[in-house]
Design a protein around this ligand. Sequence first.
Ligand SMILES: NC(=O)c1ccc[n+]([C@@H]2O[C@H](COP(=O)([O-])OP(=O)(O)OC[C@H]3O[C@@H](n4cnc5c(N)ncnc54)[C@H](OP(=O)(O)O)[C@@H]3O)[C@@H](O)[C@H]2O)c1
Length: 298
Amino acid sequence: MKAYGFTRYGGPENEAFLDLPVPEPGPGELLVRVTASGVNPADWKVRAGLRRAELPLEPPVALGREVAGSVERVGAGVSGFSPGDEVFGGTVGSAGGWAEFARVPASFAALRPSDVAPTDAAVLPVAAATAYDAVVQLAPPPGARVLVIGAGGGVGLAAVQLAVARGVDVVGVASAGKHELLAELGATPLAPGAEVPGRVDAVLDLVGGDALRSAVAGLGGSPSAIVSAADRAGVAMLGGQAVARVRSGERLAAVARLVAEGALDPHVTQVRPFDEAGSALAVVEGGHALGKVVLRIE
Ligand SMILES: NC(=O)c1ccc[n+]([C@@H]2O[C@H](COP(=O)([O-])OP(=O)(O)OC[C@H]3O[C@@H](n4cnc5c(N)ncnc54)[C@H](OP(=O)(O)O)[C@@H]3O)[C@@H](O)[C@H]2O)c1
């Protein structure tokens, strides 16, 4: 089957279209015929070897941490899914989603509601579900003021919508080109490095490093909770927590319900053909994507 991934850990020069065997679904897994697959910072981080400790994959590796598609086969012990079901979910191992077929754990898959497009469903398991997990973890009460750093990316735009829907006063840090959309979504946009006027109760960080450190320093120690999806070590040094992911089918179904109800828009801004996998990843690796980039595989 055709796949896009890497043959050696390192830079983008190690990416290539690959001819790989169709993977076997292991126990508890689905083999999914892929319709669409999201593009995430995790993809270039995996290729660069930054995730090798928790994801020790032997190249060649097909990239793509999330998919929507139809169930081709089910592995041993799977219940609740049958061949032909339209599903979406996270991928496992080196059989990623930028391929004709991918392995998806049944525990992190859900049926795709018919009114959620495959290109929307394919971007929910990583970005939107992380935003959901982070907002649940921060649990800001109505009226709380939350600073979202990196508010215009895939996780950020979803987090802004989920927080605003809870009655939270969201200040979204993003570059100027993203301010109009953030204001439309009900957030107060702020340029990176600008002083935050007034108090902040909690911080959701999606950038890490200096952006996180300097933003928190500028708040003078006022936030009671800091959660980061981008910088586990950096947030720990500031007394905050890494986002605790809940990788379950129930969580995916809850996020998809919000999309079906029109309460959450994953903001897919680029649907790229499979042949453009490399340039699609380069957009995300550039670090300034607006919303989500997704590959249409078939
Ligand atoms: N733990 C998990 O399970 C998990 C899941 C999903 C994502 N993540 C991580 O969370 C992070 C965000 O993911 P994502 O998918 O939202 O990435 P993304 O779509 O690439 O968005 C990142 C956003 O950050 C903004 N940004 C970059 N530098 C900034 C700065 N100095 N100040 C403010 N904003 C800045 C970018 O645009 P502008 O600069 O133009 O505003 C961009 O919109 C990544 O590190 C990713 O690996 C972790």
